[in-house]
Design a binder for this molecule. Structure first.
Ligand code: OGA
Ligand code: MN
Length: 222
């Protein structure tokens, strides 16, 4: 019988073990930090795509959604570009996140329904102050996923993601935005921030959402 072909992410851990490790971490602590998690070929195609993207495709990041959108550069000053999946790189990214979504739904019964994500560029000096990605009661963004596309990132470059375990946690857990690292966390539970980057810093931030559509409100917004 032919051996089952294993999808691998860095020719070490099979994709299923990566997804299972994430699921376990979410159950045990609500967040997961995984280095070298994105398959190398996928990181490379995303990185290549990003390197060839014109700066005009990025726009100032705003805070909040839809009608409450506001620009507040004292909170964040990165620029973003939404990923729609109409480039081969975007399509491969969304297919990988879809696989993760299906796995976590089967394993954790989260009922994740859709995924939205954007590239983010933090130029030198840029940051994103401590915040939550979702607010209790507006249960739409359930799980946040951040991944990094910075080859050879050094700790002296700053730009760490800091995850705070509770509102009173002032120290947090620091994550370097290294190529292939991903961080997954419950959007309503974990405040986090991006420390000032001292070099160009690229990430993809994404959110798995539940469906909150009703007869007079389509979700996600078109
Ligand atoms: C965000 C965010 C973290 C990062 O976009 O909401 O928290 O490390 N990004 O880029
Ligand atoms: Mn965030």
């Amino acid at each position: 019988m032919q051996a089952k072909k294993q999808l691998t992410h860095n020719s070490q851990t099979p994709l299923d073990s990566l997804f299972e490790n994430i699921a376990q971490d979410i159950i045990e602590q609500g967040y997961s930090i995984q280095r070298k998690a994105i398959p190398k070929e996928l990181s490379d195609i995303l990185y290549f795509h990003l390197s060839n993207m014109a700066e005009y495709k990025f726009s100032d990041a705003s805070i909040g959604r839809q009608f409450s959108q506001q620009l507040d550069e004292t909170v964040r000053n990165d620029t973003i570009s939404w990923i729609h999946g109409n480039s081969p790189a975007g399509a491969q990214w969304l297919s990988w996140t879809q696989a993760l979504q299906s796995y976590l739904n089967r394993r954790l019964f989260l009922g994740l329904f859709s995924f939205e994500s954007h590239f983010a560029h933090y130029a030198k000096g840029h940051f994103y102050k401590r915040h939550l990605d979702a607010f209790k009661g507006q249960a739409n963004r359930v799980l946040s996923l951040v991944s990094y596309l910075n080859p050879d990132w050094k700790s002296s470059n700053g730009g760490e993601l800091v995850i705070y375990k509770s509102a009173s946690d002032q120290i947090g857990t620091k994550v370097l935005p290294e190529y292939g690292t991903i961080v997954v966390f419950l959007s309503e539970e974990f405040e986090h921030e991006v420390k000032q980057a001292l070099q160009d810093r690229y990430s993809i931030a994404g959110w798995f959402r539940v469906n909150t559509s009703t007869a007079d409100k389509i979700d996600p917004p078109l």
